[in-house]
Ligand binder design. Structure first.
Ligand code: BGC
Length: 724
């Protein structure tokens, strides 16, 4: 049995007493907090009382991209850097694929590798706190930061984030999951409140934060610009004190997003530990006044500083320099991870007549067109954009030239007049690659007016002007047209998709991305990415249609779709998507058989008290264990993603509309031709619980849970039921 919180605290206090030297000894010896051999909490409790109130108050505000140091006591300034795809604040760095592409890999182990490599890059630069990963959900294709996030499903996003966090923090660099909470649009991002009911909030919007906290243990959380249900997140006590710090037992640091603070008292009492980038509402005189008047107890101030110090002790920042000069800034090991991630993150969505892969020995003329063909596009725009070192990022054209039998086999063909016949280079090509989508504003600014996708604003659904026309013109001249797309999500396809033979979604693939693309085009890499969101046939089909905010409906940001976000909506309504969630093609085939499901002690409920409110929690040790046989029945090595969805029995306290089924586990397996492997998957009982809207608590539905396994959300041939 686990000791109760009270017992643990008493034991902890007792241990402190034993460890603490007498006052006399203390003056002679080095202070305890400098002893790297002691537990972080002991060191925190030793250091905290040595700080003056003025020093503590100063530590509540940042200084640009650092925390406030206290030199007198040897408290370093903790340096921060954006973000999820590269440690970008110190100039050029390895640029990894966009987070949405990492989610598309459906591979939490790959996320660990990316996090680890980014941790190295951060250490090469002396960065303590990386301002990522971003984990908000994909709600609509417009979302200007979809590329910074991890798709539409909280289990996929949560487990990918957890892997990333473990990798990063393993290198002594803190992860910051952001933006808490429901930062799913960039339209009017400072003011527009995300309005959602309790169940939608718990089961979708913050579920991936919860999974990431539980399984990744991030040291920091950044609040969002958008208020939630009208309350700014920098002072949202219910979600920060109640849910994050209370129910989830988050012990790290909560910081504001840049300039998103409004009310000193609200922030002090609402759980915000650090105002970034500078103290405006945590200005010393404002905080001091609240302390003097007793409206804010000193214990509240202490708790914020305790969290800041604890992160530093836990990650070793008091005990070694954070900068590791032994790590190269342009690290070949990091570039290799960026390439590995790009290979797994690109999604092949259409491949009619097996137009791909092209045989490099037989392709004599490959025509490459489009606004995104002739210069590198590595990332979306805004605070996450990482500038690669020179020589890494190639345009699609150059990357294809490097891997073709001869460079002359690849011709870049500029767009031609709409009414003119297509050039011979297009008509006579063995295949035509049309590179379309969005660009990185500010980076490729003079790119002939192409539209960008970036933080700070939402984008349009249609491809940028002229691109559909170009695809159609190419397809009219040559039946072997393969579209290559840069975007953070879906785009309008009605005007062109049926005319093309192939479609590859590149997202923003990082500095090695076009190399991975060329490998896929020429069959050297077998694509294994899966769509981390549902791609609708028309925007009108999508769950958030009609209530996602836009210039036409500026005030409405009502999450009226409730639990039926993304594939949940398409399944509930029986709508056919363009491409389903979890879908992606490759160059081989797989056979999935023999699903087994076993309950490992699931079903008992314990009641615990969190800040006075009873919360029913499933014991985390309990889980459902599944196995599936996977066989590569095709001609080449490749990776399959086994996906397990669950049909939950009806729950009176979480009434309809509930999703017909939801993703609960996934695993990627690499197999040689003819090879069979048993894939094991585990679903924590906590992830089978639903939100009880009457008791305001998680509850494990009683009855028959049906586990469905297959290749994507619309192809789930294997079933196994369990009475829980
Ligand atoms: C963004 C954050 C980012 C911060 C620092 C803000 O505008 O929303 O994601 O970490 O700037 O650059």
């Amino acid at each position: 049995m686990k000791p109760s919180r009270a017992t643990r605290l008493t034991l902890f206090g007792f241990a402190l007493l034993l460890l603490a030297p007498s006052p006399a000894a203390r003056s002679e010896r080095a202070p305890l907090y400098l002893d790297a051999g002691l537990p972080p909490d002991v060191r925190v409790e030793d250091l905290l009382p040595r700080l003056t109130v003025e020093e503590k108050v100063r530590m509540l505000g940042g200084t640009g991209f650092t925390t406030q140091p206290v030199e007198r006591l040897g408290i370093p300034a903790f340096r921060m850097s954006d973000a999820s795809v590269g440690s970008r604040n110190d100039g050029p760095t390895t640029a990894y694929p966009a987070s949405v592409a990492l989610a598309a890999a459906f591979n939490a182990d790959l996320a660990v590798r990316v996090g680890t490599a980014l941790g190295h890059d951060a250490r090469a630069r002396g960065v303590h706190i990386l301002l990522g990963p971003g984990v908000d959900l994909y709600r609509a294709p417009f979302g200007g930061r979809n590329f910074e996030y991890l798709g539409e499903d909280p289990v996929l996003a949560g487990q990918t984030a957890a892997g990333f966090i473990r990798g990063l923090q393993g290198q002594g660099v803190a992860a910051t999951i952001k933006h808490y909470a429901a930062n799913d649009q960039e339209f009017d991002r400072h003011r527009l409140s995300s309005d959602l009911d309790e169940r939608t909030l718990r089961e979708l919007s913050v579920r991936q934060f919860e999974i990431a906290v539980r399984e990744g243990g991030p040291k920091a959380v950044m609040t969002s610009y958008n208020p939630v249900n009208g309350v700014p997140m920098s002072q949202n006590s219910a979600l920060v004190n109640g849910v994050l710090k209370g129910e989830w037992n988050f012990r790290g640091l909560v910081m504001s997003d840049w300039d998103s603070c409004y009310d000193t008292l609200g922030m002090m009492l609402g759980g915000l530990d650090l105002e970034m980038p500078n103290p405006q509402f945590y200005r010393p005189e404002l905080v001091q006044r609240l302390l003097d008047s007793g409206r804010v107890p000193t214990a509240v101030l202490d708790e914020k500083i305790r969290r800041q110090l604890r992160v530093g002790f836990e990650l070793g920042w008091f005990d070694r320099p954070q900068a590791d000069p032994g790590i190269p800034r342009d690290d070949p090991a990091s570039a290799a991870v960026a390439l590995a991630a790009a290979r797994e993150g690109i999604v092949l969505l259409k491949n009619d007549g097996a137009v791909l892969p092209l045989d490099p020995a037989r392709v004599r003329r490959l025509a490459v067109l489009g606004a995104n063909a002739d210069h590198p596009i590595t990332g979306g725009g805004g605070s996450s954009f990482a500038t690669p070192f020179p020589g890494h990022a190639l345009s699609v054209v150059d990357a294809l030239r490097q891997q073709a039998a001869t460079p002359d086999a690849v011709a870049f063909v500029p767009a031609w007049a709409a009414d003119a016949e297509a050039p011979a280079a297009v008509r006579e090509a063995d295949a035509v690659i049309v590179c379309v989508g969005f660009d990185t504003p500010g980076v490729n600014a003079p790119n002939r007016g192409a539209l960008g996708e970036h933080e700070g604003g939402d984008r349009q659904y249609a491809l940028p002007p002229g691109q559909e026309e170009l695809i159609r013109a190419a397809a009219a001249a040559n039946p072997r047209v393969i579209v290559v797309l840069n975007a953070g999500g879906s785009v309008a396809t009605e005007g062109w998709i049926d005319r093309t033979a192939g479609l590859l979604h590149l997202f923003y693939p990082g500095q090695e991305g076009t190399k991975a693309l060329a490998e896929i085009v020429f069959g050297r890499t077998n694509p294994s990415g899966r769509l981390p969101f549902t791609w609708e046939k028309r925007w009108e089909d999508a769950a958030a249609y009609g209530h996602y905010p836009s210039k036409e409906t500026p005030r409405s940001n009502d999450y009226a779709e409730g639990l039926l976000l993304g594939y949940r909506w398409f399944d509930a309504r029986g709508l056919e998507p363009r491409f389903p969630f979890g879908f992606g093609l490759g160059y081989t085939q797989f056979e999935l058989t023999d699903l087994t499901a076993l309950a490992a002690g699931v079903g008992e409920t314990t009641t615990v008290k969190v800040q006075g409110h009873p919360v029913r929690r499933e014991d985390r040790a309990k889980s459902v264990e599944l196995t599936v046989q996977v066989r590569n029945t095709g001609p080449v090595p490749g990776a399959e993603v086994v996906q397990v969805y669950v049909e939950t029995p009806p729950v009176a306290t979480s009434p309809a509309p509930r999703p017909p089924r939801e993703l609960k586990a996934f695993a990627k397996v690499f197999l040689q031709p003819g090879e069979t492997r048993t894939v094991t998957l585990s679903i924590p009982a906590a992830d089978l619980a639903v939100w009880d809207v009457t008791g305001h608590a998680w509850t494990l539905p009683r009855g028959r849970h049906v586990f469905l396994a297959g290749e994507h959300s619309r192809r789930l041939p294997l079933r196994a039921g369990l009475e829980l």
